[in-house]
Write a protein that binds this ligand. Structure first.
Ligand code: SF4
Length: 205
C-alpha cells in the first residue's frame, strides 16, 4: 500500500484505487498485486489497496476507512461490471460524505480476466492499462447533484398507424393523457389500406 497522503490544497486530487480479486475470478487470471502496485505510481493516486471481495462488507468498510484516513476525493474500484455494483459503491462513498459521482469503476473481470484466461502476463498488462484509464477518467469527474423535477403526465404520439394507435392505447390504459397526431385525414396508416389481413382474412378496417 502506498502512502503518499499529502493534504496540500483543498482542491488537490487524492484518488484511492481499490483492486478487487473477486476470489479467483480476477486473481486467477492476472496479478492483482502487480496491478495495485502499478496504480500507486499513477499521478494523483494517494493510496491503492487490494481487496479479496470489494463489494462485501469488509471491502466497503475498507473504502470508507481509506476515504476518511486519506481524505480521498475520488475513488476508483477496479473490479467487475458497473451494472451490479456501481450503485453499491456510490452509496458506500456517499456514506462517508463523498459525492457519489466522484466514483469510477473499472471492469477488470468481464473485460479482462474472464476473456484472457490463459495469458497471465498479457492480462496483467491490460489490467494496468485499464486502471490507468479509469484513474484518468476519475481526474475529470465532477460532483453532481441529483434533482427531482415534476413531469406533465401527458404524451404526444406522432403517427396514427398501428404502432401509434397501440402506443396511445397502452399509454391511456396507464392513466396518461395522450395526444395522437396524424397528418392524414384518418388514422390506421398502411393497415387501413389493406384489403385482407392474416390469419382471418377479414377486411382490416
Ligand atoms: S466487487 Fe465485483 S469483482 Fe469484486 S468481489 Fe464483488 S462481484 Fe466480485
Amino acid at each position: 500500500m502506498a502512502d503518499k497522503k499529502n493534504p496540500g490544497k483543498e482542491d488537490d486530487l487524492r484518488i484511492g484505487v481499490f483492486v478487487c480479486e473477486c476470489g479467483l475470478n480476477i486473481a486467477g487470471s492476472l496479478d492483482c498485486e502487480e496491478v495495485r502496485k502499478y496504480a500507486e505510481t499513477l499521478p494523483d493516486v494517494a493510496v491503492s489497496v487490494l481487496n479479496k471481495y470489494t463489494c462485501a462488507d469488509p471491502g466497503q468498510n475498507e473504502i470508507k476507512r481509506y476515504v476518511k484516513e486519506y481524505d480521498l476525493n475520488r475513488v476508483v474500484v477496479s473490479s467487475c461490471t458497473p451494472l451490479m455494483h456501481e450503485p453499491t459503491f456510490r452509496a458506500c462513498v456517499a456514506d462517508v460524505g463523498l459525492n457519489p459521482y466522484l466514483f469510477e469503476m473499472v471492469n477488470l473481470r468481464e473485460h479482462c480476466s474472464w476473456v484472457h484466461l490463459h495469458d497471465r502476463k498479457a492480462a496483467t498488462d491490460k489490467a494496468k492499462d485499464m486502471v490507468k484509464i479509469g484513474v484518468a477518467r476519475a481526474r475529470h469527474l465532477e460532483p453532481q447533484i441529483e434533482k427531482t423535477v415534476p413531469v406533465t403526465k401527458a404524451a404526444l404520439v406522432i403517427g396514427g398507424g398501428v404502432a401509434g394507435i397501440q402506443a396511445s392505447l397502452d399509454l391511456a390504459d396507464s392513466g396518461i393523457q395522450v395526444y395522437l397526431v396524424e397528418k392524414d385525414p384518418s388514422i390506421g396508416g398502411i393497415m387501413a389500406a389493406l384489403d385482407k389481413t392474416y390469419p382471418t382474412m377479414d377486411c382490416s378496417i
